[in-house]
Design a protein around this ligand. Structure first.
Ligand code: KG4
Length: 338
């Protein structure tokens, strides 16, 4: 049996998970609440919190999996992209732990891990995994990409944002409305009781499969500024409709390019990944497209949409099978493609 310990510390979630032969045995996440009052992740506070969390989180992951550390075949860790200080904590821990146990280390690309989260098996009989090649819409706080996934190792970006990520659009517009951080979740909740057709915001007109969200953010900001001049309580009175209309605009932008890419590349196997894939409007839209265009869709479990170590462990598992290990000299990288 191949048992991998995955470590994730790229941003503000400290996570450790155990996967045996592709089946998840534990996935422990310690989210850092310290950032809430700042309305965004504070890198220095994130690295300090990772340092405090990493040992208890790994301990819990091993305990919940019911395995001894000596049973581990390898340690997989997120090498990047992410916040350098945060990545350093996970990378250093992985180096120390793999030296102590004398097991190999496997470096994992965080973006690839989001995509490969679809291969985490709940149990031995779980056979819901996508078939290659498939398209994955990877949408998070830092990324908005359409990825053509040809195999576990071969991934090609066919379209991506030229400015803000979809999650940033959610979070920044939410901040303008005075909503709590991270705004995406709050917008999603409020949108459920709002009228999505009430307000119209600008949509980009980019050729190809690339995205842009900075124009939407500006149009949202200017719209509110003008309305607030007439009515100081405009946001309070229209919060739900604003959230529903904003969410619909973001989802329409995302789905439009995804549909075009799927049509042109003749791919009907479509997956979602990343934090924004938790969005209920996006999930409903994908479902509707699947019925209309006979897509076979793959929507990750909520626990695997945001940052988690199970996705790192599953990526590590497939690299382990290919014998792809790394040396102790590896350093994290803050910026890197898929
Ligand atoms: O993948 P992720 O956990 O990590 C980063 O990229 O940092 O994604 C976080 C992003 C945030 O922008 C958050 O607002 C967004 O995912 N998000 C959502 C929802 N849940 C998380 N956006 C819209 N609707 C949601 N339900």
């Amino acid at each position: 049996m191949v048992t991998i310990l995955g470590i994730e510390s790229s941003c503000d979630d400290t996570s450790a998970a155990v996967i045996s032969d592709g089946v998840v045995r534990s996935n422990v996440v310690a989210s850092q609440l310290v950032h809430e009052r700042y309305g965004g992740v504070v890198p220095e506070l994130a690295s300090r919190a990772h340092q405090q969390n990493i040992i208890p989180v790994v301990h819990d992951a091993l305990k919940q999996a019911g395995i001894a550390k000596e049973d581990l075949s390898a340690i997989a860790f997120t090498r990047g992209p992410g916040l350098m200080g945060s990545l350093l904590v996970g990378t250093s821990f992985a180096k120390g732990f793999s030296s102590a146990l004398d097991v190999p280390m496997i470096e994992v690309n965080h973006l690839q891990a989001h995509v490969l989260a679809h291969f985490i098996k709940a149990d031995e009989n779980d056979c819901e995994q996508p078939k290659f090649p498939f398209l994955c819409l990877l949408v998070s706080g830092g990324n908005s990409q359409i990825v053509l996934v040809k195999s576990f190792r071969e991934m090609e970006i066919v379209g991506q944002t030229i400015d803000d990520a979809a999650g940033e659009a959610f979070d920044k517009c939410a901040k303008v409305m005075g909503l709590a951080y991270p705004g995406g979740v709050v917008v999603d909740r409020l949108a459920k009781s709002g009228d999505a057709e009430r307000f119209k915001f600008s949509k980009p007109h980019l050729p190809g499969y690339d995205y842009s969200f900075s124009g939407l953010k500006t149009s949202f900001l200017y719209f509110l500024r003008d309305e607030l001049k007439n009515d100081a309580d405009f946001i309070g009175k229209n919060r739900e409709d604003l959230c529903a209309s904003l969410q619909k605009t973001i989802v329409d932008i995302l789905m439009d390019k995804l549909y075009r890419a799927a049509k042109d590349l003749k791919i009907k196997e479509i997956a979602l990944a990343g934090g924004v894939s938790a969005n209920s409007g996006l999930r409903t839209a994908l479902q509707a497209y699947s019925e209309r265009y006979a897509w076979k869709i793959h929507i990750p479990k909520l626990a695997y949409t945001t940052d988690n170590a199970a996705m790192v462990a599953i990526t590590g598992y497939y690299k382990y099978l290919d014998g792809e290990f790394c040396g102790k000299e590896v350093m994290p990288y803050a910026r890197v493609g898929i």
